[in-house]
Write a protein that binds this ligand. Structure first.
Ligand code: XMP
Length: 429
């Protein structure tokens, strides 16, 4: 392993993720573990240079005094006790906090600032090779950032012993499935199984109008299709997943158990249990993107905005119909194009269009029309828990209205959603 590591042992702080990020920003790798990790487990971790015991009001969790005792003190590693309300609080100012951290990490622990994407990639390639041996790995490749980066890493490590399955459920944005085929199937020469499951999904979704039911149908059908494809392939021993660090840190809990364990592999049946390969599970989203860029993935894939698992399915409101779904897809592509032309893509966290399941009267080409509206949604947020609506330039909104009403079949109005979260959610369903 090329990178040094600082361990954060969780004593009930809800700031562990922030601390890990701060340490990584200083160029040193850091991971979070429960406070009751044993000495053997610490010793088995590579290149640990020091330990930070973080948080906990006087090291009490839910009224129980936490004895970190020998487990940590006998490791012989430099130790920093960072009770945020205890005897050694973090300095108030960001600058002093950074200095305190940096003194501990570099002067006391003697860690090297050797955490970077290049070393991460080279370490992961070694780790994957060691874990997989001469086995075969299966990956569900949606074209999202996380699964794409995992595919690119695995390709480097084990080449054609990786099989990627891309399920097109008909709820992808315009050109997404084509890009997966172009980048992975063609340019990178991966083993790619492309499954056209459009009719299958859309048939299952006929008359399903409840948002949660739609999510359930889409999720279950996905597992079913993936399972069928997995059964057709022989000799698969591993399943790769694009799990990332925020997925496994139980955020905001006073924790005795900081990290969730994954028992169930994506809802697959018992007899199809594979060993998991999760090479980006210790990375934050921006780090995953940096690794993707370093691996040469295209910018629009690496910087893709968040896209819900059920895809356009939750933006075609009510029971999904093919014509309205097409209207969502086409209007979404126009919105993307126009925001790109206006140079606003980077400045908006998430944007998309929604097509409701009601129609209104209008006039098109001199004739009465009775068509759907398209709702344009754009939001800025830090954590998706609350969100504000950016003020889009009026000429841009006019151009969007003109293009969407003239180029998208079955649409006669365009609305801009002004609702922050709360009271709205980001998605409409
Ligand atoms: P809401 O609508 O809850 O969205 O304000 C917050 C963020 O979550 C995304 N989202 C989903 N992501 N599966 C997902 O993977 C879902 O079912 C889902 N619903 C919402 C949404 O796009 C936004 O970024």
């Amino acid at each position: 392993m090329k990178q040094d590591m600082i361990l954060i042992l969780d004593l009930g702080s809800d700031e562990n993720a922030r601390l890990a990020r701060e340490i990584r920003t200083l160029g040193v790798y850091s991971e979070i573990y429960p406070h009751d990790i044993g000495v053997d487990q610490i010793k088995a971790l590579p290149n640990v240079k020091g330990i930070i015991l973080n948080g906990g009001v006087n090291r009490e969790i839910d009224g129980v005094f936490i004895d970190t005792s020998e487990a940590v003190y006998t490791c012989g590693l430099p130790l920093f006790l960072a009770d945020h309300k205890g005897e050694k609080p973090w300095p108030e100012s960001a600058e002093k906090r950074r200095q305190t951290l940096s003194d501990f990490i570099f002067s006391v622990c003697g860690a090297q600032a050797n955490w970077n994407t290049e070393n991460f990639i080279s370490d992961q390639i070694d780790l994957i090779k060691r874990q997989v041996g001469d086995g075969h790995v299966l990956l569900a490749l949606s074209g999202g950032v996380d699964s794409s980066v995992v595919a690119a890493l695995l390709l480097k490590a084990i080449g054609n012993r990786l099989t990627c399955v891309h399920v097109n459920h008909g709820l992808m944005r315009k050109g997404e499935s084509e890009q997966v085929i172009d980048v992975f199937g063609k340019a990178l020469g991966a083993n790619l199984v492309y499954v056209d499951a459009v009719d299958r999904f859309l048939d299952k979704l006929v008359d399903v109008d409840d948002p949660e039911q739609k999510r359930k149908v889409i999720g279950e059908e996905f597992v079913r299709v993936f399972e069928e494809e997995a059964r057709k392939l022989n000799g698969i021993n591993f399943l790769a997943q694009g799990t990332i660090y925020p997925d496994i840190i139980e955020s905001g809990t006073k924790t005795v158990k900081a990290v969730k364990s994954h028992h169930n592999v994506g809802g697959l049946p018992e007899d199809l249990q594979f060993e998991l390969v999760e090479p980006v599970k210790m990375l934050f989203k921006d780090e995953v993107r940096a690794v993707g860029s370093e691996l040469g993935l295209p910018d629009n894939m690496v910087h893709r905005q968040p896209f819900p698992g059920p895809g356009l399915g939750v933006r075609c409101l009510g029971a999904i119909t093919r014509d309205r779904l097409e209207a969502v897809r086409e209007s979404d592509a126009i919105l993307h194009e126009e925001l790109a032309k206006a140079g606003l893509i980077e400045q908006i966290w998430q944007f998309f269009t929604v097509v409701p399941d009601f129609r209104s009267t209008g006039v098109k080409e001199g004739k009465r029309s009775f068509d759907w509206p398209v709702v344009v949604r754009a939001v800025n947020t830090i954590d998706a828990m609350t969100a504000v609506v950016p003020e889009l330039p009026w000429p841009l909104l006019q151009t969007l209205t003109k293009r969407i009403t003239s180029e998208v079949a079955g649409v006669n109005r365009v609305l801009y959603d002004l609702t922050p979260k709360p009271s709205g959610t980001i998605e409409w369903e």
